[in-house]
Each structure stands twice: as structure tokens, then as C-alpha cells.
Design a protein around this ligand. Structure first.
Ligand SMILES: [Fe+2]
Length: 214
């Protein structure tokens, strides 16, 4: 459990640094980030439903119930990203799904089906803790730049109750070492993939700016 907590802290710290380096003042970058968010967030309820169905009654019921509750909370969250996109003046068709975005969520289906349904907690923990840390400061900046109605996704996710993550971590503390390790490895892989999406967006929008300036 200590290893998982240490990995979580490290991956979140380096991702936060990366997020701070991104050019949120560039409207195209932010809109594309929201489009990519839409593409992966629409899988959240599907992933949670799939994982919930694979958890047994005997010793995984608490996770089963948590996943079902979480599934309800996540319902329609992809629409927040779409609305932000609309008010920024973009259509999702103009900002197609990047290969890196698929690399972020697609392995989760494999892990749930072929590794362990609880492996997906690595992906979930990464996203939940990241949202908690990044949303409050970013939402202020984005609302100032583009208006409140362009920052609803970050606004809603910044209001996440910190007790939520604490409860998830305390549930995890009852797991076997082997299960914790697959969660930890997924956390590292998910952080790597998420950071690759940020890098792809940075180079895409930096090169557009350079072309404009030329
Ligand atoms: Fe959400």
C-alpha cells in the first residue's frame, strides 16, 4: 500500500508540473484538451459498468457497490466537456480523437477483462486525485480567460469531495499485494499515457502558433 501511495504522489506531482507548462492561454489548445477529455470521459461509465460486473459478491462487494455509485456520479460528465467546447466556439468534429487519447483509455478494457477488474483503480485514482489538485486553480484561470460557461468540466471536477479519494484508498488497503501491484502499474501507465496526450497537444498547438507567426 505504501508503494501505491508513493507512486500516486510521484505521478501526480510530475503531471501537475506538466499541466502548469501548458499554454492554457491558447484557446485552440484548451478546446482540443476538452475535445480529448470528451473522447475519454465517455468511456468512464462503460469502464465502471464493465469492472462492476466482474467483481464477485464474496469479497469484492464493497468495490462493486462503489463502482455502481461512481458510475451514477460520472453519468453525463462527457456533456460538460462538450458544452465547454461549444462555448469556446469549436465543434468536436474539428478536433478529432488523437491516437494518444485512445492509448489512454483503451488498455483499461483489456486490464478489466484479462488482468483484474480492480486494476482499473489505477486509472481512476490517477484521474480523481489529479482533478482534486488541478481543477480549483485552473478553473479560476480558465473562467477569467474564457468565461464561466467555458470551464464547467473543471468546475464540477474541482468540487469533488476529498473524502471520496480517502474512502477509495482505505478500501484498497484491504487488498492483496498482487492486486495492489496491478493497480500501481496501471497508475504509472495511465499517467504516462495522459502526459503523452498533453505533449501531443502542446506540439500540435505550438506548431500552429509558429505557422501563424511566420
Ligand atoms: Fe467526472
Amino acid at each position: 500500500m505504501k508503494d501505491l501511495q508513493r507512486t500516486l504522489d510521484q505521478e501526480i506531482a510530475s503531471t501537475l508540473e506538466h499541466i502548469q507548462q501548458c499554454d492554457w492561454n491558447n484557446k485552440g489548445f484548451y478546446a482540443d484538451y476538452m475535445a480529448q477529455t470528451f473522447y475519454y470521459v465517455r468511456h468512464s461509465t462503460r469502464l465502471l459498468a464493465l469492472a462492476a460486473s466482474r467483481l464477485n459478491y464474496e469479497d469484492e462487494q464493497s468495490f462493486h457497490l462503489r463502482f455502481i455509485a461512481h458510475l451514477r456520479e460520472e453519468s453525463n460528465h462527457e456533456k460538460l466537456a462538450l458544452n465547454d467546447l461549444k462555448y469556446l466556439g469549436f465543434k468536436k468534429e474539428e478536433l478529432p480523437e488523437l491516437p494518444g487519447t485512445r492509448l489512454f483509455y483503451e488498455p483499461q478494457y483489456y486490464k478489466i477483462e484479462h488482468e483484474h477488474p480492480l486494476a482499473v483503480m489505477g486509472y481512476i485514482l490517477f484521474l480523481e486525485v489529479l482533478a482534486q489538485k488541478v481543477c480549483p486553480s485552473l478553473v479560476e484561470n480558465l473562467a477569467r480567460l474564457y468565461g464561466n460557461r467555458c470551464a464547467t468540466f473543471f468546475h464540477v471536477h474541482g468540487e469533488e469531495d476529498p473524502a471520496h479519494v480517502e474512502a477509495a484508498l482505505s478500501l484498497l488497503s484491504n487488498l492483496k499485494e498482487e492486486e495492489l501491484e496491478s493497480i500501481r502499474l496501471n497508475l504509472i501507465q495511465s499517467a504516462f499515457a495522459y502526459n503523452s496526450v498533453l505533449s501531443a497537444l502542446q506540439s500540435k498547438w505550438d506548431s500552429k502558433l509558429l505557422k501563424k507567426a511566420a
